[in-house]
Every structure is written in C-alpha cells, then in structure tokens.
Design a protein around this ligand. Structure first.
Ligand code: PLP
Length: 388
C-alpha cells in the first residue's frame, strides 16, 4: 500500500519513516571539506552509510566525494556497478587471498593491517597488468588493527616488492580524538614511520579532523560529520560545527489515551501519571531502531513542538506526552530525532552514542528521500549553491 502525497509522505501502510535529506548531506560534505583544508576526503559509508543507505548516500554525494571508504567487498562492487568511479577503500582490507581478483578487477584500494595479508598478496596470482592501491595500517595505540610502528619499514619494503602494488600509503586510527587524551601520543608514535615516506598518509576520523588540524595529512576519513552529528559532543554540538541533520526519524500517533492520576503507562508500569494526562501511542519501537533504554523524559517533537517519551519503549510502540498540546492527537507526526530533537540529545538520554542510534535504524523503516536526488554534474556545482 503506497500513499504518497505532499502533506503525507509516509510511504508504507504503517506510519513510520526516516527522511534522508540529500541537500543536508551535501552541505555537510562541503562543510567538512572546509574543515579539512587541503586534504582529500574518503566519505566513510560503512554500516549502510551509518543507517542512511549506502547506495543512496553514494549516489547523493556523486562526484562531489573524493573517495568512499567502507568494509564490504559486495558493497564496493555494488558502488562500482552503480557508476561510482572514485577510489573506494576497504577499511578492514581483505579476509582471504581469494578476494584479490575481484578487488583488482574493481580497482578497489585496500587497507593492509596484518603481516599475513602482506604474504597473501605475494601468494596471489593476478593478471599481469593488475594494480591494487594499498594503505599499510600502523597500530599507534588503538590496539585494534595494524602492525606495530617498528615493523612498518620492513612491511613497506615487502609491499613495494609486490609486482601488483599500485599507490602505497600509510594509515593509522586514533582512539581518543574525541576525548581528553587527544592524539599526541599516537602522533608521536607515527612520526618516525612517516619520516621520509612520500606516499599518501591518512589519519583523521571526524573527531581528529575537527579538533586536530595537524592530523589532516593527505586523506581524511570523516563519517559521522557527513551525517550531521557531532563526533565529540563535549567539545562542539552539530550546530556549533555548522552541520545539518541528514536523517529525520518520524512516526505517527496511532492511539490516544486519557490517564487519571495514578494510572501507569506501558510494560512494567514504569511511568505513573501524577495528574490527568493525555498520552499518544506512536508507531515506533525498539524493533524500528528506537533505543530501548531511552527513559521517560527523553525528548520528542510532536507536530514540531517538543514533548517527552513516557513509560518503557516497546518493540513496536512508544508513548508520548500530549498534555499541553491541545491540537496534537491521532495522526500527529512525532519526530524521534532530526530537526527539533537532535540525535545527540536522544543518544545522551539513552546512554549511548549518536553513531549507534543511526546505525541501528531497522531495515523495516522505509526511507523517504528529500532534496535533489542526484547530482547531474558535481563539477558544475558551486559550494555556495549547496551551502545556502
Ligand atoms: C569508522 C571509521 C572512520 C570514521 O569515523 P567517524 O568517527 O565516523 O568519522 C574513520 N576511519 C576508520 C578506520 C573507521 O573505522
């Protein structure tokens, strides 16, 4: 059942959707580019573009993006098939030597983060002309991926000796770019590896890009900034940074209940009305990606006016306070996050990160695309036109 109309963009039978604003996405890309100075940008679109839809985001950024970074070979192939010609970087590299022919055929770039991967390269057999660009990942303190700095010279030698090596770059990743410790220790460990190296270097995620210009180097790797949320909410809000929210998560009120003092709401009766109240039941629950740990008091916006969640989040429904909003009721649009209620606020209330909320958006929630869907010619697009 499809009921598209100007005033009622909810596309499915069940009134819930995530509006994805392409103009905001491009605005954020260009704002991030301003912050990144001379560095090129891999638009990080892992985790289904942080819940925004990987092919949708790639299509909307189009030729504006210098490159794309993601995890899955299948996703990378899909991007190539949809006409994306920029560099595509596989952030976790490859998982088996048998991945290499496809990686070469699709001209993908890979992170190399273990000595085993280096040996797999040498053991592979590829067409003579095949070239793969490689970013050697150095573990400077995150202790997640990467070889130790002391091993980097030997590994770089080994990569240079591989006949199919294209461009060879260096990369590291910061553990505390959003926190008090910052990047100093990791930069210090990386410095001797970089010294005398003349290929491309990539270090910064969104938080480093924002807070530490000395990390910009040749390629930055912003993710969360592109989606209009802050990578370091303690230092700057999304609005402070000049970002616009890309996702607006909305449902509708499908039932209205009138409570007397002492009445309870939802499973476990965790919320008790202290006065006469009107509550609305919204078609949105944790199975849609709304955080189950969001407590009573978490902000929502009802037809644009701020109110709060009451009671426990159910699988498919939540309750919101309609008292004091006389015009709100059945059919009212409830924004869970987006324009009037920021993603960062909801994350705070739910005790989680903005990243987790958008990534957890359920596949059953349909996307409604807002703004210009595709860039006919990104080169002709002036930043002024997009930034407004
Ligand atoms: C996810 C990721 C990024 C992007 O992180 P943000 O904080 O969203 O900017 C950059 N680099 C690597 C290696 C990543 O895994």
């Amino acid at each position: 059942m499809s009921r598209p109309s100007h005033t009622d963009p909810f596309p499915l039978f069940r009134p819930i959707h995530a509006r994805i604003d392409f103009d905001a996405l491009r605005h954020n890309y260009l704002r991030t580019r301003e912050l990144a100075g001379e560095a090129k940008m891999w638009a990080v679109i892992k985790a289904n573009a942080y819940g925004h839809g990987i092919t949708r985001v790639a299509r909307a950024l189009g030729r504006l993006a210098d490159g794309f970074a993601l995890l899955d070979l299948e996703d990378a192939v899909r991007l190539r098939e949809s006409g994306i010609t920029q560099p595509i970087l596989l952030l976790e590299g490859f998982f088996s030597p048998t991945d290499l022919p496809e990686i070469a055929a699709r001209e993908l770039s890979v992170v190399v983060h273990t000595e085993e991967q280096v040996e797999w390269l040498h053991a592979s057999s590829l067409p003579v002309a095949a070239r793969i660009s490689l970013f050697l990942k150095v573990n400077t303190g995150m202790n997640r991926l990467g070889i130790l700095p002391a091993r980097a010279p030997a590994m770089l030698e080994r990569l240079r000796a591989w006949p199919h090596a294209g461009v060879i770059g260096l990369m590291t990743h910061f553990a505390d770019a959003d926190g008090e410790r910052g990047v100093t220790t990791q930069l210090d460990r990386f410095a001797p590896v970089r010294a005398g190296f003349n290929g491309p270097v990539s270090m910064a995620n969104s938080a480093a890009l924002l807070r530490f210009p000395q990390t910009h180097a040749d390629w930055v790797r912003p993710g969360i900034l592109l989606y209009g949320a802050s990578p370091a909410t303690e230092y700057a809000s999304a609005a402070d940074i000049g970002l616009r929210p890309v996702m607006r998560f909305e449902g509708k009120v499908i039932s209205e209940q009138h409570l007397q003092p002492g009445d309870r709401v939802g499973y476990g009766g965790t919320f008790t009305a202290e006065r006469a109240m009107r509550v609305g039941t919204v078609a949105c629950g944790y199975a849609d990606g709304y955080p189950r740990h969001a407590p009573s008091g978490t902000p929502v916006a009802i037809d644009g006016a701020r109110s709060t969640l009451v009671g426990r989040v159910s699988m498919d429904m939540i309750a919101v306070d309609l008292t004091g909003l006389p015009r709100a009721g059945l059919g009212s649009v409830v924004e869970l996050w987006g324009e009037h209620v920021t993603l960062d606020e909801v994350a705070d209330w739910a005790g989680t990160a903005n990243y987790e909320l958008v990534c957890a958006l359920a596949l059953r929630v349909p996307a409604v695309e807002v703004g210009q869907a595709e860039l006919p010619d990104a080169a002709a697009l002036s930043s002024a036109a997009v930034m407004r």
